[in-house]
Ligand binder design. Structure first.
Ligand SMILES: [Zn+2]
Length: 261
């Protein structure tokens, strides 16, 4: 029986040269699965001359030899072509670090599977990442790139998509409706109105900004959210802290985090 053909769009998140001419790549496929794939001849040279297609952030259209993994746990790319390129992102070092941070965030979620799945349960993560990269590149083209604005939109939408959004209506301790002043406690999983007298004004104002970020960003599409004033770097830090806490990740294990925080 001949091998099953399967094609998908996928975003390049990591690449490692392998042997003389091949490359092993981690990709996020359209169905939200993380794929480990070998591209024979993917380092370029030779007849195909396709090396420049496999770059971080590029979206490739890939045809697979079969849907199942080979014995060495890799899918095998049969044909590939460029669907969208991220050239502007790779030319701006802050945007490049941000892109790699987004990759690291998603890679830590371990979305691998040993067989291609038509009905991916993490489709929305592909939509999120492809939107994030597309509008990051657009902002760079327009000269309007603000790192923390992109980061905050990405993190808010990520928390929603992976189902760990904090309750924005109730106190995490007493469950009463949040009114007046409250603080954000990433380590306790949400907003709190039960805090001691000595709490700083800064923390109360920060909680308001975080609350506002959830309320304003979530109902909007990615592109629409870019019109908001949501580039507070302290909000980015708190959202990242919350994400790490929820998944029991250590912040210092994110290599790209120190470049953007
Ligand atoms: Zn309370």
């Amino acid at each position: 029986m001949s091998s099953i053909d399967y094609s998908t769009e996928a975003l390049v998140m990591q690449k490692h040269p392998f042997r003389e001419r091949d490359v092993i790549v981690k990709l996020l496929a359209r169905n939200g699965q993380l794929l480990n794939m070998i591209f024979y001849g993917g380092r370029g040279g030779g007849v195909k001359k396709k090396s420049s297609l496999i770059e971080l952030g590029h979206c490739l259209k890939i045809e697979l030899k079969k849907k199942k993994l080979s014995t060495d746990n890799l899918l095998v790319a049969k044909e590939w072509s460029l669907k969208w390129n991220s050239d502007k992102i790779r030319l701006n070092h802050n945007a490049f670090y941000l892109m790699n941070f987004m990759f690291e965030i998603l890679l830590k979620l371990h979305l691998e599977s040993d067989e291609m799945d038509e009905e991916g349960e993490h489709k929305e993560l592909y939509v999120l990442l492809s939107n994030a990269l597309f509008f990051l590149q657009k902002s760079l083209e327009k000269g309007a790139f603000v790192l923390n604005q992109h980061l905050n939109i990405f993190l808010v939408k990520l928390l929603y998509n992976v189902g760990i959004l904090p309750d924005t209506e109730h106190c995490v301790h007493c469950q009463k409706e949040l009114r007046g002043t409250f603080i954000f406690e990433p380590g306790n999983g949400g907003f709190s109105c039960c805090f001691s007298e000595g709490i700083k004004k800064f923390d109360i104002a920060l909680a308001q900004s975080i609350h506002q970020a959830f309320k304003t960003i979530l109902p909007l599409k990615y592109e629409e959210a870019l019109a908001l004033n949501c580039s507070d770097s302290e909000v980015s830090k708190a959202l990242f802290h919350f994400y790490c806490y929820q998944f029991h990740f250590q912040k210092q294990n994110f290599k790209s985090a120190q470049m953007i925080f």
